[in-house]
Ligand binder design. Structure first.
Ligand SMILES: Cc1ncc(COP(=O)(O)O)c(C=O)c1O
Length: 447
């Protein structure tokens, strides 16, 4: 596998050229990586008008993922989500449809802000009873029933799979329903770039998605910010010449070459032995998860590289368990009152499993905590997401918020999944849910 961006940047770094261009560090080493941090000099190509080394590297990524086309982002999946929704909007306009997106309620807050910026309306699919607000299992029957009941046909279905807790939807079944109804399937696969490289690939593009984003940086050895936007072959043809424009509407004109270099280098990593390494590690992880289950831990989710502990079933709050792991020298990806989430990769090897094993096995099981998390609330939208986002607002205590219209999805990251959506009128129930998740102030619209 060729690495044209890595080769160019390395050669430039070695050339001892006097850098009379940006960035201001001029390649002088203070942190140590400055010599690779270049700008769009001759030969370096340009991310949103790529036709040189960046285009070549993206084509390599596309062939590795088996997509119709793959585009790099140095601003995470967040940029890809905005680009993807912009393309959905173009598709709606082309079809003469009023742009409407049907979306799983556990969407990341970037989805919301993108809908607000683009003026897209959203119809929500809510989680089933008993599911965390971080998950939203949508199956083919639920989708079919939803579509039949809608007065207006949506342009696209937008789902988050895998979600923060490591739950995946049956994307193949959803793709079949979407395509039969003539709607696009868009997937937030921020947590699942590696899924294409499993012995049985289950990446959204393998299962019929039309577009998806992957945060390469979340599960592959890529610097923070590196991400992919993948398009199916059909959509790559439909949007030929339009994708970079859609991304550039929201992206910085100074993409990081450090991130581009690491995306390029990752192609070689994926091409040279990753599949085998991943298969071996997943087999070990399955055994490891079985061992934890036998020790009394209740694990949820079906994403191979995540370990999600339903901590209360073991007698601890999620944050409490995360703190015990922290004391043992292990920092988890995420925890809340209910769950503790760890993200692993094959590079961590056996020592990491041994460290987790030792730490978790030293924690005595207690009787289960029965207090359940609040369920996801269905709320009335008093304003569109866009109108609420752009409205005059004030920040008030949650105690005073009943009946007010939410102006901003003020959720922390992680997990950045809004409990209520901007434009919705707040009820006692949702305020209690916000309190449960540690929110004590909200931005509301001044009416
Ligand atoms: C489900 C999900 N989607 C999208 C994003 C945004 O990804 P990025 O941080 O790569 O912009 C995140 C980030 O945590 C996420 O968890």
């Amino acid at each position: 596998m060729k690495t044209p961006i890595v080769d160019f940047v390395r050669a430039y770094a070695r050339s001892n050229t006097l850098r009379l261009h940006m960035p201001g560090h001029k390649g002088v080493l203070r942190l140590g990586m400055e010599s690779y941090d270049i700008t769009e000099i001759k030969g370096a190509d340009s991310l949103f008008e790529a036709n040189g080394i960046i285009a070549e590297s993206e084509a390599n990524a596309s062939s590795l993922f088996g997509s119709g086309a793959t585009f790099y982002s140095t601003e995470g999946s967040s940029l890809c989500i905005r680009g993807m929704l912009c393309l959905a909007l173009l598709e709606a306009k082309k079809r003469g449809e009023t742009p409407l997106i049907l979306a799983g309620r556990n969407a990341h807050k970037t989805f919301l802000s993108a809908c607000g910026m683009l003026g897209l309306d959203v119809k929500w699919i809510y989680p089933s009873r008993g599911e965390s607000y971080l998950s939203c299992s949508i199956n083919a029957e639920k989708l079919e029933a939803m579509l039949i009941g809608m007065d207006m046909k949506p342009t696209a279905l937008y789902v988050t799979s895998p979600d923060y807790l490591g739950q995946r939807c049956d994307l193949a079944a959803l793709a079949e329903v979407c395509h039969r109804h003539g709607i696009l399937l868009l997937v937030d696969n921020a947590h699942g770039a590696y899924l294409h490289f499993l012995p049985e690939p289950i990446h959204p593009m393998d299962l019929g998605a039309d577009m998806c984003c992957d945060s390469a940086h979340k599960t592959l050895p890529v610097l923070t910010g590196g991400a992919y936007l993948h398009l199916s072959a059909a959509l790559a043809e439909t949007f030929r010449g339009q994708v970079r424009g859609a991304l550039s509407m929201f992206g910085s004109t100074s993409p990081s070459y450090l991130i581009l270099v690491s995306l390029d280098q990752c192609n070689r990593y994926l091409a040279e032995g990753y599949r085998e390494q991943l298969a071996g590690y997943i087999a070990k992880l399955e055994n490891f998860k079985a061992e934890l289950a036998a020790a009394g831990y209740h694990l949820i989710g079906n994403e191979p590289l995540k370990i999600t502990i339903d901590s209360k079933a073991y007698g601890y709050y999620g944050d409490e368990l995360a703190e015990l792991l922290r004391n043992g020298g292990i920092e988890c990806e995420f925890s809340d009152g209910d769950y503790t989430v760890m993200m692993l990769t094959p590079d961590l090897g056996d020592e990491a499993l041994e460290k987790i094993r030792k730490c978790l096995k030293a924690i005595p099981q207690r009787s289960a905590i029965c207090e359940t998390a609040p369920r996801t609330c269905m709320l009335e939208a008093a304003l569109s997401v866009r109108d609420a986002m752009l409205a005059a607002r004030e920040r008030i205590s949650l105690d005073l918020a009943v009946g007010r219209i939410l102006a901003a999805a003020n959720v922390g990251c992680p997990p950045a999944v809004p409990i209520a959506v901007c434009g919705e009128r707040l009820t006692e129930e949702v305020i209690n849910a916000m309190r449960y998740y540690g929110i004590d102030e909200v931005d509301v619209v001044i009416e």
